[in-house]
Structure formats: structure tokens, C-alpha cells
Design a protein around this ligand. Structure first.
Ligand code: ZN
Ligand code: ZN
Ligand code: FE
Length: 749
């Protein structure tokens, strides 16, 4: 650009970012700036451009200078999906890299997934084993080439090689991909080595293959992601907005959850959900593979059951051979597991539900007031875990790690902690942990040398939402609404439907869903009927339900359960903790409508199915009422769900369609939540509402709450870049800990 504008000077990476020094006439300098802003390199992210006058003479011409070594501010960038230029090149019969499945350039390819240390150069990546050939080295050294300083660049002569492993041995390169295409067409399941981990792949239109994959993977119910060769294929099955299309085609190339519309696909892909998760090819290997199909492929993470996605070749062969007949693999090792990211469009914005490939570890700017904090490490929660580093006023949120209860995931999590500490030269002055005593991340934090800051789970949720939205440290208190499954409260109960008067420094619980027993504790998370029973018992009573509605399905099915045992648990408070959980209320209503009555196959399944059912009813259904009441002896106000149950059962008895009942429940909860927040805001002089917690992954709930709050003139903050589920709480913990450390510092004079 500088040369095109006829300017002298140089460009280099320094400790703070990119430093460009230019000499020329003011109009030329202006046109350079406009050009840079309008048309930056594809993976560039311009946070700010600062212009300063230089009083020195620059040599004539424009050069790219060597990087200035120094403090490790140099950012490790996220992996990027294959760019258009590379995709065109591998399909060009005359190109040197025609059909080469491991090509990349400065605009695309692996980054975080191959890095082992800093500074980021080839010798510290898994490409160290592949010395550049002469033509590749020339491209690497040529500033005009799109492979200038592309550390993982390679070609068929010097780079890694694709192989297809199967029962009959291994085949190389072209034959490998053609072979895999043949296998998939024949209904086989093939394991594919993706950017950040192995994937399991089959023909999505082949019902038998999909069913076999589900059984083989030991994954009941949880939706499978799909990959299509281009947008036109996706549009045959789903509604794709222009915004969704742009996101699918972006370098981040996430899985986008899209409403089903058009040709049917086997129900086993995403049972009962009404949405499908689609992505476009992320690597050249995927491009070449998908070129063999005009229909989608299932492209789900390569693991069994709930274990982490496999990255190691030998482990993949050993473990996944239970499912896959063939392995489409290569000899470029994956250093770090990076799962596919998941995005859902809600309330007019793309919102990350899982933040990993393409997004992590890009830094998030912390709000005003956080400029001068010490380094902080926040360890996150336990499910959908992530961790977060604070450094130089920025937050670096790790990629999705998964469920730490799984030993392999926890090992990975600890390994990633060390990796990030090295990559970002990070020495925390404090470690923030969840207040749950048994979270593995909390236990690990207590063994660390730095001082511990314990953060309440739902305070972390709200602070995460504030931080993501740039809400300043010194800004007024907000009303935070945290709706999720379960988090540890500070009063011996579990929380999960909270209204907090909060800022980064602290909070007060001013209202919550009225607590209801969780009979069976952890079992109540998996078995929605337990929550239905507890809700009925708390509302109009089981005896009344049985006498009035004995012929209704949910009542008949409950009657077959060991109810006296539950009664004893609830009455005696034995393994029946009380919880103000919004997630469990959704489970109870789902069970009342016969969804996941006995058990749910994965966390959130019942609520997801309930939402999918509600979507099919008219939006204007009248909502069920909840009641806000003052607790005896002070304390938080209770938002009581008890009044909705008689209305819901009356509707069931009157044969109101289940979809309408589901919609009435969504509307009722959303309206009650918004009205409660409105009343609390008025009472406490707050005018900003922050929404967080896993329940806000529900589109109907999120959209209706936002709409109603905005209609009453309140400012609403919600999540987009950071997950609203527990994948986001590390950011909130980090911001809270940083705020405390700033508070403790002596005031600057
Ligand atoms: Zn490229
Ligand atoms: Zn080469
Ligand atoms: Fe949570």
C-alpha cells in the first residue's frame, strides 16, 4: 500500500503491535490511511490507529523491517479457515500446489493449533520437521508474495503428506482423498484430521450411516455438526440470512446454527431441535473432500461419548477405529486441541455459544478503568470450561476446554494453562476461581502460588457480560440477571435464577427465582421428571394434581415413580438441596409436555427441545404468570413459579396444543423476568440490565426479555463475543479480580 501511494518509510512489528513510519505529502499520507482502514489484510484486526509526527528523515523507498524482539506482546493469532486464493490455487491444475491439502498463506491456515512456544516462528511449531524447499523459501522471503513470513507454508515438495489409512493399508495424497470420498459415498464413517482435532465424518443424507455414527460414538441425542461444500448446498436445508452467509464464509468459519427449512435430513442428526449446525470447509483437505459431494457431510468432533476431541494420530487410530473404517490423516501434528466454534443468531446478532477455532486466543479489550491492572489468571468453571489471562488491559480468553470432570479434558486444561503462560509471558499477581468448593478448577487454583480471589459464580456471569460490553469500571451499578443451571450460592443453596445489583467490585442478591428442591441432587439435573414433581409439590401439591388430573400423561407417569422416597428426601432435606435454578424450571416444564421426561441425554437437551416446540406456536400466546413476593424476614424477593403450574395443567387438561403451552411458558418467564428487572431498576436507580447465564442460549427467552426491557426504556447488555454459558465466566472472574487489585492499589498522585 505504501508503495502504491508513493511513500517512503518502513513497517515492523514491535512490542505494541504494528509500527508504520511514512514520509510523503499530506494527501498521499491521507490516502494511505484511508486505504489501510478500508482494505486491511484479511486477518488484520485494527483496534486503533494512532498518528504521530516524526522529526526525522526516513530513507527513500519503503521496506519491511525486522521485528523488534522484546516483551511478549506479540499476539498469537487464532487459526483461520482456508482463504479464497488458496482454495482457487488447489483447484488450479496449473498451480504448483494443485490438490495440495496442507497449503496455507499469511491470510489463512493453522496458528494456535500448531504452536509450541514463542516467538511464533516455524521452528516452534509442528512445521519444524519440514524444511522449506527453494521455491517456498523464496515466497517466504518476498514481501510481495502472499506467503511472505507465512510460518507454516508448505508445498507438495517440502510439506506434510495426506494419507488414507484403512483396513487395506495406507494410500498417499490424491488417492487418499479420492479414496475417502469413495468410502463416504459407500456409507462408511471416516475419521478426518481437521485443523484443531480429529473429526468423524459420514454422508449426512445416509440415514443408516448417521445412525451408525451415533451408536458408535456413544453419543445419544447431542446434535451433530454438518459441513457443506458451499452456501448453495446449505441453502437447500436451512434458512441462511445474508449475515449468516458472511459469517460462514469468514476466516473464523464457525458452525452456525440455522433454522431448518427445505429438504429434510435424517432426524438423527439433531433430534428434536429445528436447527442444524452448518459450517463451510475450513482447511484445504476439507475443500478437496467436499468437492466430491453436492450434499452435506456430518463433521462431528472425533471422540467417543464426552471425552475431548482427539488430536494425536495413534490415539485416533486406536480409539476411533471403533467407529471409523478409514482415517484421512497427514503428518502435520496438532500441538493444541482447538474445537470448532459455534454461533447462533439471536436478537439480531451472532452470538458465540462455543468460542474456540477462529476466535481464541484473540484478545478482548477490557473496559475503561482496567488499564493499569496487575496480571490476573482466572480459572473459569467446570463445565464448558475456559480460562482467562489479564495482561496490559486486555483479556485473553482460552479456547473452549470442555468438561473438566473428564480426566483427559482436565489434563489438557492444565497443559493449556502452561502453554498460555509461556505464549503470553504471563505471571499472575492473583488467581481467580469459582466459589464452588469442588470444581476441579477451583481446587487447582488453591494449589497455585499466587493469592486466590474467590468469585461467586453468578457475579462472574454478570461481570463477564459487563466486560464484554466495555462497561466502564467506574460506571453505575447495574441489575444483572443470571439465568443458568446451577451455581454455588453463598447461603448453602444452589443458585441459578438471580437478580443481582452489581458492578465489578461487588453485588447484592436482590431477587431470585423462588428456590425449589432438587430431589436426588445430581440426578435431578439428568432426570427432568424429578423437577416436575418438586415443582408440583411446591405449587398446588401432588395430591391435588393426582385427584384433578389423574388421566393426564405427566401425572400418570409420575405416579409410577418412587414418589414416597422423593417426599422423604424433600421433607428431610436429604440429597435434595434447594435451588433457584432457571434451567431446572425449564426441565420441569419440558417433562410436563413429555419431552425428556425420564432423562435428558445431554445438559440443556430438555430446554432446547422445549424451545424448538415453542417456536412452532404463534408468538403472541399469553404468558403464564409468575409472582414476585417479599421473602419473610427480609432478604431477596422471590420470583415464584408456583402460580404458572395450575394454569399449565388446566391448559393440558383442555387439550391446548403442547406448542402453545411451551410458548406460553417462554412468554411468561420472559415477561416476569423483564418486569422484575424493571421494578428492581426503578427501586435501585439503575438503568442498565446485564443478561448472562446458559438459559440465554434460548433464542425465544433472550429476544423477548431484551424486547420488553428496551420497551421500558432500559439499556440492555448481552453476550455476543463471549459465551453466555459457563464458557464465559472466566472473563467475569478475571474482571472482578482485576477490579479488586486496582482497588487495593494506592491511589496515583
Ligand atoms: Zn490462504
Ligand atoms: Zn515447498
Ligand atoms: Fe453458570
Amino acid at each position: 500500500m505504501a508503495r502504491a501511494c508513493g511513500l517512503d518509510g518502513d513497517v515492523r512489528n514491535d512490542a505494541e503491535g504494528v509500527l508504520v513510519r511514512l514520509a510523503g505529502t499530506p494527501p498521499r499520507l491521507d490516502s494511505f490511511r484511508r486505504m489501510l482502514e478500508r482494505d486491511p489484510p484479511p486477518l488484520a484486526r485494527i483496534d486503533a490507529i494512532q498518528v504521530r509526527r516524526l522529526d526525522l528523515a526516513l530513507p527513500s523507498g519503503f521496506v519491511i523491517a525486522d521485528s523488534v524482539p522484546g516483551a511478549a506482546h506479540t499476539q498469537v493469532t487464532p487459526d483461520a479457515a482456508i482463504c479464497d486464493a488458496c482454495a482457487a490455487e488447489i483447484r488450479d491444475p496449473g498451480a504448483r500446489r494443485n490438490r495440495y491439502a496442507l497449503t496455507n498463506c499469511t491470510h489463512c491456515g493453522p496458528r494456535l493449533s500448531i504452536i509450541r512456544g514463542i516467538p511464533y516462528d516455524r521452528t516452534r511449531t509442528t512445521m519444524a520437521a519440514f524444511p522449506l524447499c527453494v521455491p517456498c523459501a523464496a515466497e517466504y522471503a518476498d514481501p510481495a508474495n502472499r506467503r511472505f513470513h507465512a510460518e507454516p507454508t508448505a508445498c507438495p515438495d517440502c510439506g506434510p503428506v495426506v494419507v488414507l489409512h484403512g483396513a487395506g493399508g495406507a494410500a498417499a495424497q490424491d488417492d487418499a482423498i479420492a479414496g475417502a470420498i469413495g468410502m463416504l459415498r459407500a456409507g462408511e464413517i471416516v475419521a478426518v484430521k481437521g485443523l484443531g482435532g480429529y473429526q468423524l465424518c459420514c454422508d449426512a443424507t445416509n440415514e443408516a450411516a448417521v445412525e451408525r455414527l451415533r451408536v458408535g460414538k456413544q453419543r445419544e441425542g447431542k446434535p451433530f455438526a454438518l459441513m457443506a461444500g458451499d452456501l448453495a448446498v446449505i441453502q437447500r436445508y436451512c434458512l441462511v440470512s445474508d449475515e449468516a452467509a458472511r459469517l460462514l464464509r469468514s476466516p473464523q468459519a464457525p458452525i452456525v446454527l440455522l433454522p431448518v427449512a427445505g429438504e429434510p435430513l435424517p432426524d438423527a442428526i439433531a433430534p428434536g431441535l429445528g436447527t442444524l449446525g452448518f459450517m463451510l470447509p475450513t482447511t484445504p483437505l476439507h475443500v478437496l473432500l467436499l468437492d466430491g459431494f453436492d450434499t452435506p457431510l456430518v463433521m462431528t468432533s472425533g471422540n467417543l461419548s464426552d471425552s475431548p476431541q482427539i488430536v494425536d494420530d495413534a490415539e485416533a487410530m486406536q480409539t476411533l477405529s471403533a467407529v471409523a473404517s478409514h482415517f484421512l490423516s497427514h503428518d502435520r501434528a496438532i500441538a493444541n486441541r482447538v474445537d470448532d466454534s459455534v454461533v447462533r443468531f439471536m436478537a439480531g446478532k451472532p452470538r458465540l455459544l462455543r468460542r474456540a477455532r477462529g476466535y481464541a486466543p484473540a484478545p478482548l479489550a477490557l473496559p475503561a478503568g482496567f488499564e493499569n491492572t496487575l496480571d490476573v489468571l482466572a480459572l473459569g468453571g467446570e463445565l464448558k470450561a475456559t480460562f482467562c489471562l489479564v495482561k496490559d488491559g486486555q483479556a485473553i480468553l482460552s479456547q473452549h476446554q470442555g468438561d473438566l470432570e473428564h480426566p483427559a479434558t482436565f489434563d489438557d486444561y492444565r497443559r493449556n494453562l502452561s502453554l498460555y503462560a509461556a505464549l503470553f509471558d504471563h505471571r499472575p499477581g492473583a488467581v481467580a476461581i469459582d466459589n464452588h468448593p469442588d470444581y476441579l478448577s477451583s481446587k487447582l487454583g488453591r494449589t497455585m502460588a499466587a493469592p486466590i480471589i474467590e468469585v461467586r459464580h453468578h457475579h462472574a456471569h454478570i461481570a463477564s457480560c459487563l466486560a464484554e460490553n466495555g462497561y466502564p469500571l467506574a460506571a453505575p451499578l447495574v441489575i444483572g440477571i443470571a439465568l443458568d443451571g446451577i451455581g454455588w450460592g453463598d447461603d448453602g443453596t444452589f443458585w441459578g435464577g438471580e437478580f443481582l445489583l452489581a458492578n465489578y467490585r461487588g453485588f447484592r442478591r436482590i431477587a431470585a427465582l423462588a428456590p425449589v428442591a432438587l430431589p436426588g441432587g445430581a440426578q435431578a439435573m439428568r432426570e427432568p421428571w424429578r423437577n416436575l414433581y418438586a415443582q408440583i409439590a411446591e405449587s398446588f401439591g401432588w395430591d391435588a394434581a393426582r385427584s384433578a388430573y389423574s388421566d393426564l400423561d405427566p401425572v400418570r407417569r409420575l405416579a409410577e415413580k418412587p414418589l414416597p422416597t422423593l417426599d422423604a428426601m424433600i421433607a428431610g432435606g436429604i440429597n435434595a438441596p434447594r435451588a433457584s435454578s432457571c434451567g431446572r424450571l425449564f426441565d420441569a416444564v419440558a417433562a410436563a409436555l413429555g419431552l425428556c421426561f425420564d432423562r435428558q441425554a445431554y445438559e440443556g437437551e430438555a430446554a432446547a427441545r422445549l424451545e424448538a416446540l415453542a417456536v412452532t406456536a404463534p408468538a403472541a400466546e399469553p404468558g403464564y404468570s409468575l409472582a414476585l413476593r417479599q421473602a419473610k424476614g427480609g432478604g431477596p424477593q422471590w420470583l415464584d413459579a408456583a402460580p404458572l403450574w395450575p394454569a399449565l395443567f388446566a391448559d393440558l387438561a383442555a387439550c391446548v396444543p403442547p406448542a402453545s403451552i411451551a410458548r406460553r411458558f417462554h412468554n411468561g418467564v420472559a415477561e416476569a423476568v423483564a418486569d422484575t428487572a424493571h421494578a428492581l431498576a426503578a427501586a435501585h436507580g439503575a438503568y442498565t440490565i446485564a443478561l448472562s447465564g446458559g438459559c440465554f442460549q434460548n433464542r425465544l427467552l433472550l429476544e423477548r426479555v431484551i424486547e420488553r426491557l428496551r420497551a421500558s426504556g432500559l439499556a440492555v447488555l448481552s453476550h455476543a463475543q463471549v459465551p453466555t454459558n459457563d464458557g464465559g465466566i472466566a472473563l467475569g472472574q478475571a474482571a472482578i479480580a482485576a477490579a479488586q487489585l486496582i482497588g487495593r492499589k494506592a491511589p496515583c498522585v
